[in-house]
Write a protein that binds this ligand. Structure first.
Ligand code: SAM
Length: 248
């Protein structure tokens, strides 16, 4: 399996996110802009893999009256409070935290919070790189989508990532595309499959050996999404996919 750069959380993630905050600003802004277009059905949010919310919009979080941050990372709660505590106090939003494996315990979480909206915050595209088994990761992600049937949920996750050559980034690169999942897969800019992949790679100066994060068919057929470029470090980038599945 090709190499990826660590985005799965922990101290390394926090230090990197703090250090790269300015370089990630445009991606964070595009995620916030997309989040503003969503219409969560509930004022209770289960924020799965929210970590410290380095790339999360405080403005969007203020819509909720209660947030349950669910993340395996022991640093998540304190750093999330540091980043978003003030905004949450202003909106009177209650913050709760649980350190549990949200994918392994998803059914129990859904039963415990039958009316909550769920948001998977850059976690589902990381699953393969937590367990390092392609077939199992594919099966786990397909099962997760099944378990969420009928629920109101959204996700931002990695689609692809890989090495880039900063000298090959086009001057007027396109850093977001609207996409839709149809019966044949993901369609954006009139392209699908390899031509879409190459179009995305070209915008960030991508080199051929890119990694597929197994998420391009996660959303149900008919789901609209936005693809957002994330220049992770100068010589490595990700394409994120952000989408919402209404449970109504
Ligand atoms: C890339 S980080 C998320 C970053 C976050 N969106 C931000 O803006 O800072 C992924 C997070 O998901 C958490 N995570 C990964 N798998 C998980 C699981 N199965 N259950 C709960 N948390 C998980 C990791 O601990 C990590 O904090």
């Amino acid at each position: 399996m090709a190499e990826t750069r660590d985005t799965t959380g922990g101290l390394r993630w926090h230090l990197r996110a703090l250090w790269r905050r300015r370089q990630w600003h445009e991606t964070t802004r595009q995620i916030a802009e997309w989040l503003d277009t969503t219409q969560p059905a509930s004022r209770h949010l289960l924020l799965i893999g929210g970590s410290a919310g380095w790339m999360m919009s405080g403005r969007w979080l203020q819509r909720f009256s209660r947030i349950d941050l669910i993340d395996l990372d022991p640093f998540a709660y304190r750093l999330f409070s540091w980043n978003h505590g003030r905004a949450l106090r202003e909106s009177g939003t209650e913050l709760h935290y649980a350190s549990i494996d949200a994918l392994a315990n998803l059914d129990a979480l859904l039963r415990k919070h039958p009316d909550a909206t769920l948001f998977f915050d850059n976690v589902l595209g990381q699953h393969l790189f937590r367990i390092w088994q392609i077939e199992r990761a594919e099966a786990d992600l397909a099962r997760t989508a099944q378990q969420l049937k009928g629920r109101d949920w959204g996700s931002v996750h990695d689609l692809f990532s890989g090495p880039t050559d900063p000298l090959k980034v086009p001057v007027s690169a396109v850093t977001q595309f609207d996409a839709v999942r149809d019966a044949n897969g993901l369609l954006a800019d009139g392209l699908r499959g390899t031509p879409l992949h190459l179009r995305l790679l070209a915008q960030v100066g991508g080199q051929p050996e890119w990694v597929d994060h197994l998420t391009s068919e996660l959303f149900p057929v008919g789901t609209a999404s936005r693809l957002i470029a994330w220049p992770f470090v100068p010589d490595y980038a990700h394409w994120l996919q952000a989408g919402w599945v209404s449970g109504r």
